[in-house]
Design a protein around this ligand. Structure first.
Ligand SMILES: [Ca+2]
Length: 665
């Protein structure tokens, strides 16, 4: 086999051309790479403590992936969340602003609840919204907790997609206390051996509910799958992934693979699964060739929830935990990973805040940091690249709407101190307590006497802060539907005698509605606008005198009504009256309830499709499914279709605090 000279020449020319083409392509690729802005992944845990990771000194929780992340990246020793509980902390990380500015904190309700009607205002700019303008793909995966109504969800705040739970995993509790069960026993049953179905927490995809109650045992794994999928889908374009784990917030759940794995018990299992998840994210970035183009930051929203004993984490050597402004409540692990940009195994003692992630991401993406409002975040790029000093010299510690403490440099002054969840009142300090956190990270020795100049400097800083502070309208106090009263305590206006056979009479006595004993059945009804579905009704009732019989309550459900008899034969009975009047299959009978004379009982009824639930005080006495039953009206049933009614049986009863509210279906 031989080549002619001409042929050889042709081959060489072709090779040369290929080589030139290759070099040119390579050069242009490099140029494109340089222009490309980095991707961002924020991994945000829930209630993880400063001392919960191997690389932060935990002796019995194995976190090889996070340890590797720190070994290949940078570990912060003074990194802070912006609040000591969920909602305000989450508002701050995404907006770069102290929650007091956005109204996402409150002295009345510390976080948002399933009945809250507020959320992160549209006037706020999230990292996602700012990066979208720069062409980023954006996804939120995990716990949101910035408002669960459609206008507040991630996809209304700059995220292209969302998968996760809209509020905390311990909300919407379904499990009821057993009769006579002491509180501590109930709490143990609820949290120490938790089951997903104890909480009616939904999983949303974008704005649609796709699962309820959320299967929490697989939740960390499913969040991880979503995250990995999103990374793979977006390898060609810049992206921002906000991966907010709902763990290790109680109730704790780990998947089968992690249950029982850690020496630290279930809490350790949960952290080890999160660690696995971090490893999956780093692998996905490497596999897609994106590791050098992506800044990953790992931290948590607040410190460990210490009242949950071994189901809560540890803040290590820091004082106290979640819910308070001691450092254990807000100082967090902070690990940054960006191979090729961050020097491996670096440790920084610079101050950092979750709010700084906002400014850092925007700056690195070439987006404008908003100038029409105060942004509290500082650009951390100089710290991450090792090319300069950090720009932050202070940390503001708010509890609700109040400034409790301020750290400036090494010193932290407490103006107000308060326990986390021990019921203690705020204690104001005329002369602030002062700690040197470099010398005394556990905040043990007050050195205020020795440093009047530091206190004076901090007082100046507080003044400057307060002069410029514009408080946002508080978003956490309003509820979806506040209660509508059904009886004003004065007259019987609106209530009428439905011609019960008993002949007793109703009147008002000192603000209570009293139904006198008749021969048999006495009662009144009220034609009103109590909703017929998706509402909650509550009233207080007491037996004034008489025999075993107590009272009945008729309430509307769909086009029908349901009658609840309490006391009487065999306890509480509920029947869907207009279908099969008191038919046994429609009845729920509890153990016999004997009502004491002159003791008020709280009766609550919740009607949602498909359920009717009734509580007597804190005990659930009725729990019936109504789905599948024929709730449509039949001819001849019309007379049974009653509005709210109250009745007594061979006894006299009093009623007060009658009210209802609509609830979200
Ligand atoms: Ca939290």
């Amino acid at each position: 086999m031989s080549f002619s000279k001409r042929r050889l020449h042709q081959v060489s020319a072709a090779l040369l051309a290929t080589l030139v083409a290759f070099l040119t392509t390579d050069l242009s690729l490099n140029a494109a790479d340089k222009k490309k802005t980095p991707n961002f992944v924020i991994i945000f845990c829930d209630d993880l403590g400063y001392g919960d990771l191997g690389c932060y000194g935990n002796p019995t929780i194995a976190t090889p992936n996070l340890d590797r992340m720190a070994a290949e990246g940078m570990r912060f020793t003074q990194f802070y969340s912006a609040a000591c509980v969920c909602t305000p902390s989450r508002a701050a990380i995404l907006t770069g602003r102290l929650p007091v500015r956005s109204g996402m904190c409150s002295d009345k309700r510390r976080v948002l609840f399933p009945d809250s009607s507020g959320g992160l205002p549209q006037s706020e700019i999230t990292i996602a919204r700012a990066l979208k303008e720069k062409g980023y793909s954006t996804a939120a995966v995990g716990k949101w907790h910035l408002g669960h109504l459609p206008e507040y969800l991630p996809t209304s705040h700059g995220f292209d997609s969302y998968f996760g739970i809209p509020y905390s995993n311990d909300m919407d509790r379904i499990l009821a206390k057993k009769k006579g069960e002491p509180n501590p026993d109930f709490r143990k049953r609820l949290f120490w051996t938790p089951k997903s179905e104890y909480w009616n927490v939904p999983i949303l995809r974008d704005k649609k509910e796709v699962e309820r109650p959320a299967d929490q045992t697989t939740i960390t794994r499913r969040y991880t799958q979503e995250a990995v999928k999103f990374i793979g889908k977006n390898k060609e374009n810049p992206f921002f992934l906000y991966l907010a784990h709902s763990m290790p917030h109680v109730p704790l759940f780990a998947s089968k693979e992690f249950n029982g794995r850690s020496r630290r018990g279930l809490y350790g299992d949960v952290i080890e699964e999160i660690d696995w998840s971090v490893g999956q994210v780093m692998s996905a970035l490497k596999k897609n060739g994106l590791d050098e183009d992506t800044l990953v930051f790992f931290t948590s929203d607040n410190g460990p929830w210490l009242i949950f004993n071994d189901h809560g984490g540890t803040a290590g050597l820091l004082r106290n935990g979640k819910g308070c402004t001691w450092d254990g409540g807000m100082r967090e692990p902070g690990i940054a990973w960006w191979p090729g940009t961050i020097k491996p195994a670096s440790v920084t003692h610079e101050l950092g805040s979750t709010m700084d992630l906002f400014t850092t991401c925007l700056t690195l993406a070439g987006a404008e940091v908003p100038a029409d409002r105060i942004i509290d975040g500082k650009d951390m790029t100089p710290i991450l690249t090792g090319r300069g000093k950090g720009k932050r010299d202070s940390i503001f510690y708010y509890r609700g709407e109040q400034l409790y403490a301020l750290r400036k440099g090494s010193f932290k002054a407490h103006f107000i101190t308060q326990g986390a969840y021990d019921g203690t009142k705020p204690e104001k300090h005329e002369q602030p307590l002062l700690f040197n956190l470099d010398v005394d990270p556990s905040e043990k020795w007050d050195v205020a006497q020795n440093h009047p100049e530091v206190l004076a400097d901090i007082a100046e800083e507080v003044k400057r802060h307060q002069r410029k502070l514009k408080r946002g309208k508080v978003q956490l106090d309003a509820r979806i539907n506040d209660w509508t009263p059904l009886f004003d305590g004065k007259t019987l206006k609106g209530w009428k005698d439905p011609n019960f056979p008993g002949g007793g009479e109703a009147h008002v006595e000192k603000g209570d509605l009293v139904i006198e004993m008749g021969e048999m059945l006495s009662g009144i009804t009220w034609s009103n606008d109590v909703p017929r579905m998706n509402y909650e009704l509550t009233l207080d009732a007491k037996k004034l005198q008489g025999s075993d019989f107590f009272c009945g309550l008729t309430f509307p459900v769909g086009t029908n009504s349901v009658t609840l008899i309490m006391g009487g034969w065999g306890g509480a009975v509920v029947g869907i009256s207009s279908i099969d009047h008191m038919d046994a299959s429609d009845n729920e009978t509890t153990d016999y309830i004997r009502f004491d004379n002159d003791k008020w009982y709280r009766v609550s009824v919740k009607v949602t499709k498909p359920k009717i639930e009734v509580w007597l005080d804190a005990e659930k006495i009725v729990d019936v499914e109504i789905e599948g039953r024929r709730l449509g009206m039949r001819p001849g049933d019309i007379e049974l279709n009653m509005p709210l009614g109250l009745a007594t049986f061979q006894t006299s009863s009093a009623f007060r605090n009658l009210k209802y509210r609509k609830i979200k279906p």
